[in-house]
Write a protein that binds this ligand. Structure first.
Ligand SMILES: [Zn+2]
Length: 477
C-alpha cells in the first residue's frame, strides 16, 4: 500500500477574558445572559457610530505573542473582512490581515512518548467575533451578544502530522492560555475554537496538495476524530483516482461525521481593506515593557525546573505544573518545608489535589494554605499526630481556616505515645477477644494488624500505631 503523510495546520480562535468587548463598553461574557442583552449601537452595527479599541485586548495579545515566541509588531493595522451573513450586522468583520500584531513564532509540544513536536506559528491577530443564529420553529433567530467579543486568531504552519499531535497542541495551548490568565479557554463554551486544515501527500513529497477545512469542532476529542476521518476519506479518494477538492467541512457532533458545507472561499472573496475608523495600533517600547514586566515562567520551563531543582520525578512535575496556582502552591509549601520536596509533592498529589477536585476550586483558593500544609506535614514528621489524623486535619483546616496546631490542641488529637495508656488498652483487648488471641498464637500472625486497628478504634485514632504494635507483640508472646 502507498505510504501517505497527512499535513495538518490549525486555526484557533481564542476568546479573551476581558471585561468589555473589543470596540465598545458592552460586557464581553454573555454565557449566562439572555439573547441580545449585551449590545449597543457599535457592536450591533448601527450607522454613524465609531469603534474604540479596548487596550486590554492589545495587552493580552502581546502576552500571547510573547509566549509563542512571535515577532511582536510595534505597528499593526485593523482591516475590514467583508461578507454577508445574518450574524454579522455591519456586513464586515474588523480583523487584522496583512499587518497583524504577531508574526511568526512557534510552540513546543511535548508528546506522550517523550518526543517533542515544534509547531510553527504563522501569525496571530486580533479581531471581533460575530453573533450567532439558530433555527427556532421554522424561523431564523439571531443573537448579537457575541458581536464584538475580542478574539485572537492564531494560525499554525502545516507542521502537524497526526491527529494525536493536533490534540496535544490544543491541550498545551489551553494550559498556556489559562496559565497566562488571558482566556478561560473552555472549548464547550466556545472560548477556544479550532478549525483544522487537512491534506495528504506521498511520504517525502515536498508538495502541498489541496486541503479541506474542518469547522465547528468543540472538543479536543472531536478534533482528533474529525481529522482521522478526513485523512481516511482523502486517502480513499486518491486511491480511487479522484481529486481532493478544497471543501469546507462541518463536523456533526451527534453523528460523528463530516459534512460538506461549501466550496472554500478564497481570500479575494473577502475584499479586505484597511479599517478607516481605527488608527494603527502603535505599541511603543514603554507600553510593551509594561505589559511584559510580569511575564511568568511558562509551564514547560517550570516543569523542567521542578525536576532539576527539587529532584521531582517527571510525572510529579507534570501534575504540579498542570495549573499555575497549583505550581505556586507547591513552591510555597517547599519554602515552609524545605527538607523533602518529594514528600510535600506526595501530600499535594494524593490529598490536596483530591480536595481541589472535589470542591472544583483552584489551589490558590484553598483555606488550607501552603503554610498550614507544611505545618501538618511537620506535625506528622514529629510524631505529634499520626498520618491518618494528619490527613483528617487537612479537611478540618480547610473547613475552618484555623491553624492546625490549635485544632490539635482543642480537639485533643495529639497522638498518644504514652506506653502505659496503650498497654492498658491492649490488656483489655486480650481479655475481650480470647479466640483471636488463640488464633494468633496458633500462627495467624496477620491478626496483629487487626489488634492494632482495635487499639486505634478504642483510642479514637490517636494511638501511635508503632508503639501499639510493639506492646501487642510483647503481650501476645
Ligand atoms: Zn456594544
Amino acid at each position: 500500500m502507498t505510504d501517505y503523510e497527512p499535513v495538518i495546520g490549525l486555526e484557533t480562535h481564542i476568546q479573551l477574558n476581558t471585561t468589555s468587548k473589543i470596540f465598545c463598553s458592552c460586557k464581553a461574557d454573555s454565557w449566562n445572559d439572555g439573547p441580545n442583552t449585551n449590545i449597543c449601537p457599535v457592536c450591533s452595527g448601527l450607522p454613524g457610530v465609531l469603534p474604540v479599541l479596548n487596550e486590554k485586548v492589545v495587552e493580552k495579545a502581546v502576552i500571547l505573542a510573547q509566549a509563542m515566541h512571535s515577532d511582536i509588531q510595534s505597528v499593526s493595522f485593523f482591516d475590514r473582512k467583508n461578507y454577508f451573513y445574518p450574524d454579522l450586522p455591519k456586513g464586515y468583520q474588523i480583523t487584522q490581515y496583512d499587518q497583524p500584531i504577531g508574526k511568526g513564532g512557534y510552540m513546543e509540544v511535548p508528546m506522550p512518548d517523550g518526543k517533542s513536536c515544534r509547531v510553527g506559528i504563522w501569525k496571530l491577530h486580533m479581531e471581533e467575533d460575530a453573533g450567532k443564529t439558530k433555527n427556532v420553529a421554522g424561523e431564523r433567530w439571531v443573537d448579537y451578544n457575541r458581536c464584538g467579543v475580542p478574539l485572537i486568531e492564531m494560525v499554525t504552519a502545516p507542521d502537524i502530522r497526526t491527529a494525536e499531535e493536533a490534540g496535544q497542541y490544543l491541550i498545551r495551548l489551553r494550559q498556556l492560555l489559562r496559565w497566562l490568565g488571558i482566556s478561560e479557554a473552555d472549548m464547550e463554551k466556545g472560548q477556544l475554537r479550532c478549525d483544522a486544515n487537512v491534506s495528504i501527500r506521498l511520504k517525502g513529497d515536498p508538495k502541498l496538495n489541496a486541503k479541506t477545512e474542518i469547522k465547528n469542532v468543540n472538543s479536543i476529542e472531536a478534533v482528533k476524530s474529525a481529522i482521522e476521518k478526513e485523512i481516511d476519506r482523502q486517502i480513499r479518494e486518491v486511491e480511487a483516482g479522484n481529486r481532493v477538492e478544497a471543501w469546507t467541512l462541518e463536523w456533526d457532533e451527534d453523528a460523528g461525521v463530516l459534512k460538506k458545507m461549501r466550496s472554500k472561499e478564497t481570500e479575494a472573496d473577502y475584499r479586505y481593506f484597511r479599517e478607516p475608523d481605527l488608527l494603527p495600533v502603535r505599541l511603543d517600547d514603554e507600553w510593551r515593557n509594561k505589559i511584559l514586566a510580569d511575564f511568568p515562567e511558562l509551564p514547560l520551563e517550570r516543569k523542567s525546573r521542578f525536576v532539576t531543582k527539587y529532584g521531582l520525578p517527571e510525572y510529579d512535575a507534570e501534575v504540579l505544573t498542570s495549573e499555575r496556582t497549583l505550581s505556586d502552591y507547591f513552591e510555597a509549601t517547599i519554602l515552609n518545608y524545605p527538607g523533602d520536596p518529594k514528600r510535600a509533592s506526595n501530600w499535594i498529589m494524593n490529598d490536596v489535589l483530591r480536595m481541589i477536585n472535589d470542591m472544583a476550586i483552584q489551589a490558590g483558593d484553598l483555606k488550607l494554605t501552603p503554610v498550614y500544609l507544611a505545618d501538618i506535614i511537620k506535625l506528622v514528621d514529629a510524631g505529634t499526630v499520626n498520618t491518618s489524623t494528619g490527613k483528617a486535619l487537612l479537611i478540618k483546616v480547610e473547613e475552618s481556616g484555623e491553624v492546625p496546631g490549635k485544632i490539635v490542641e482543642r480537639e485533643g488529637l495529639a497522638q498518644v505515645s504514652d506506653d502505659s495508656a496503650i498497654r492498658q488498652i491492649c490488656r483489655e483487648l486480650i481479655t475481650e477477644y480470647p479466640n483471636e488471641v488463640d488464633s494468633y498464637k496458633a500462627g495467624k500472625v496477620t491478626l496483629l494488624g487487626w489488634f492494632v486497628g482495635q487499639v486505634m478504634k478504642k483510642m479514637r485514632g490517636k494511638a501511635d500505631p508503632n508503639i501499639a504494635s510493639q506492646v501487642l507483640e510483647e503481650l501476645l508472646r
